[in-house]
Design a protein around this ligand. Structure first.
Ligand code: GAR
Length: 203
């Protein structure tokens, strides 16, 4: 990208530990990205509190406050655009991003499974139920589908005998936070290119 820090808008729906990892990383000199706003689709979540504690502006755009999905999609894109982001990061944002946002900004998502296996809202539960011995996390571009965009980075996590969904997800999230921080930092500092489904970081 440029010598200036890349402007990130981060979207959250929950506890926001991935957001916190990005906030902490962005405090380090040379990370290459700053979080200019945090958006959410609901109120009363720890992710918004984390942003407030860090002094980062927040906004909330709730689907139930709109007559239909298209109206919410348009409103979300407008709220994001106010902050002029170079990159939008979905960090546990539990909604599909609509065309207005996808057409305006590059959008990166993180998912707690090794895509294309186990997309959707229950990636950890589905991987456990299938009986895989290795799972992990995926950082990918968002597209109009459910976790179908080009893959940017992945990391593996073993499934242990006796794992339940919560335990496995917590172990995945340790790896996921590091992967997200590393990937977003590299994108900000080095840029990227996408050819078909192949993503390459660096000039
Ligand atoms: C993360 O594991 C993220 O991959 C997942 O929600 C968690 C959010 O954790 N997202 C999805 O499952 C999206 N399909 P956090 O709020 O502590 O960052």
């Amino acid at each position: 990208m440029t010598d200036q820090a890349a402007r990130l808008v981060v979207l959250v729906s929950g506890s926001g530990t991935n957001l916190q990892a990005l906030l902490d990383a962005a405090d380090e000199p040379g990370y290459g990205a700053e979080i200019v706003a945090v958006g959410a689709d609901r109120t009363g979540i720890e992710g918004l509190d984390r942003a407030a504690r860090a002094g980062v502006p927040t906004f909330v755009e709730r689907l139930p406050d709109h007559p239909d999905r298209a109206s919410w999609d348009a409103a979300l894109a407008e709220r994001i655009a106010v902050h002029k982001p170079d990159l939008v990061v979905c960090a546990g944002f539990m909604k599909i991003i609509g065309r207005p946002t996808l057409d305006a900004f590059p959008v990166v998502n993180t998912h707690p499974a090794l895509l294309p296996s186990f997309p959707g809202a229950h990636g950890v539960r589905d991987a456990l139920a299938y009986g895989v011995r290795v799972t992990g996390c995926t950082v990918m571009f968002a597209d109009a589908g459910v976790d179908t965009g080009p893959i940017i980075a992945q990391a593996t996590v073993p499934v242990l005998d006796g794992d339940d969904e919560r335990e496995l997800h917590e172990r995945i999230k340790v790896v996921e936070r590091a992967l997200l921080v590393e990937t977003i930092g590299r994108m900000a500092r080095e840029g990227w290119s996408v050819t078909g489904r192949k993503v390459r970081l660096g000039a």
